[in-house]
Design a protein around this ligand. Structure first.
Ligand code: ADE
Ligand code: ZN
Length: 351
C-alpha cells in the first residue's frame, strides 16, 4: 500500500476550509455564466492560471470575484453539496466549514441571512444523506469590512444559527492593518451566545497577531498560527494551553508566507508539542485537497507516519463537538489507523 492509498483510506476531519475557496473551477464557470458574471477566464486552464497569486491582496481581489459568482440559494447549496462529495472521496468524515456571510449579503446582496443559512443547510442535508458526511459552520467576519463585524456576529449567534449547525465565529481576510483588537466586541457578543472563537491569526502578521487573538478575542483555536514559531514565549503558552493550530501548508506557499515546504514550520511546531492540525484552506484555489496536504506533511515537511496520525487525531480533539461525539470519533479513527497499518504492514513511513 502506498502512502497515497494509506492517507486516502484514513478516516479524517477537516477544521479549516472555506466554502468559497472550495468551489471547483468547473462549477465556478457555470455559476458565473448562470449569474451573468464575467470572469477573466473562460475555461478551467485559464482559471488555474488566474489562480496565481502575486501577494495576499491579489489573492483577496480574486477571492472577492469568486464570492460574486455565488448569488442564488441553489449556488450555495451546490457548493456545499460538492464539497461534501469531495469529503466522501477523501474519507473526510467531519468538517467545520467557514463562509463569509457579510460578503454575500452586505456586499453582493440579494439574500437574507436566514435564506443563506437555509441554503447551506440544504446542501449539508443532501451531502449527509448521500455520503454520510457531517458538517458544521463557521461564519467569518472579513477583516477589511470592520463595519460588518457586529452584524455578522449577531447572525452567527442567533438561535436559528446555532440550531442550524453554526459552532463558532471566524475572522478572515487581510491581517495586515486589521488587528484582532478591532473585533473584540463582535467576539464578545458571539461568546455570550455560546459560540466558539476561531480567528485567523499569525498568517501574514507575526506573533503579536496571535497574542491579540488570544487576549482580545478569547481565541480557542487559531486559523494558521504558523508564525508562532517566531516567538518562544508564545510557543510555550500555546503548548501549555494546548491551543490548536489549523495549519495549511500549501496555502502558505501559494500566498508567499513561506518559500517552500522545506522552509515550512509544520514539523517544528509538531516537535515543539503544539496541538497541530493540517487542513486545505481554499483547496480549489491552491489546487490541493486534504489528502494532498497530508501527503505533503509527510513527504515534503518531514512528519513521520506516527506524527501524521497524531495530527489527524488532533482534528477530532480540536473539533467543536461534544465530549461524547469526540470520544466516539477518536475511537473509530484510532481503530481504523491500527487496522490499516496492520493490514498493510506499515510500521514505518512508507515510501
Ligand atoms: N479567506 C480565505 N482564505 C483565507 C486565508 N488564507 N487567510 C485569510 N482569509 C482567507
Ligand atoms: Zn483560511
Amino acid at each position: 500500500m502506498s502512502l497515497d492509498e494509506y492517507i486516502r483510506a484514513m478516516p479524517k476531519a477537516e477544521l479549516h476550509v472555506h466554502l468559497e475557496g472550495a468551489v471547483h473551477p468547473e462549477t465556478l464557470l457555470e455559476l458565473a455564466a448562470d449569474n451573468g458574471v464575467s470572469l477573466p477566464a473562460s475555461d478551467v486552464e485559464g482559471l488555474r492560471r488566474w489562480y496565481t497569486f502575486r501577494d495576499f491582496d491579489h489573492f483577496l481581489a480574486i477571492y472577492a470575484m469568486i464570492c460574486g459568482c455565488l448569488r442564488r440559494p441553489e449556488d450555495f447549496a451546490r457548493a456545499v453539496y460538492e464539497y461534501g462529495r469531495s469529503m466522501a472521496e477523501q474519507n473526510i468524515r467531519y468538517a467545520e466549514v467557514t463562509f463569509s456571510p457579510g460578503t454575500h449579503i452586505l456586499r453582493t446582496g440579494g439574500l437574507a441571512w436566514h435564506e443563506l443559512l437555509d441554503a447551506v443547510n440544504a446542501g449539508r442535508t443532501r451531502a449527509h444523506d448521500e455520503f454520510g458526511v457531517e458538517m458544521r459552520w463557521i461564519p467569518d467576519i472579513v477583516r477589511c469590512n470592520p463595519d460588518t463585524a457586529l452584524t455578522v456576529a449577531e447572525w452567527a449567534a442567533s438561535e436559528q444559527s446555532r440550531a442550524g449547525g453554526v459552532v463558532a465565529l471566524g475572522l478572515g481576510g487581510p491581517e495586515v492593518g486589521y488587528p484582532p483588537e478591532w473585533f473584540a466586541e463582535a467576539f464578545a457578543l458571539a461568546h455570550r451566545h455560546g459560540l466558539h472563537s476561531n480567528p485567523h491569526a499569525g498568517e501574514t502578521v507575526g506573533p503579536e497577531s496571535i497574542w491579540g487573538a488570544l487576549r482580545a478575542l478569547g481565541a480557542e483555536r487559531i486559523g494558521h498560527g504558523v508564525r508562532a514559531i517566531e516567538d518562544p514565549a508564545l510557543l510555550e503558552h500555546l503548548v501549555a494551553q494546548q491551543v490548536p493550530l489549523e495549519v495549511n501548508p500549501t496555502s502558505n506557499l501559494c500566498l508567499g508566507v513561506y518559500p517552500s515546504y522545506a522552509a515550512h514550520p509544520l514539523k517544528r511546531l509538531v516537535e515543539a508539542g503544539l496541538l497541530v492540525t493540517v487542513n486545505s484552506d481554499d483547496p480549489a484555489l491552491f489546487n490541493t485537497a486534504l489528502v494532498d496536504e497530508y501527503r505533503h506533511a509527510v513527504e515534503d515537511c518531514g512528519l513521520s507516519l506516527d506524527e501524521l496520525e497524531e495530527v489527524a487525531l488532533n482534528a477530532v480533539r480540536a473539533a467543536y463537538l461534544s465530549p461524547d461525539e469526540k470520544t466516539a470519533l477518536l475511537t473509530e479513527f484510532e481503530e481504523a489507523y491500527a487496522r490499516l497499518r496492520a493490514e498493510h504492514g506499515l510500521e514505518e513511513t512508507p515510501k
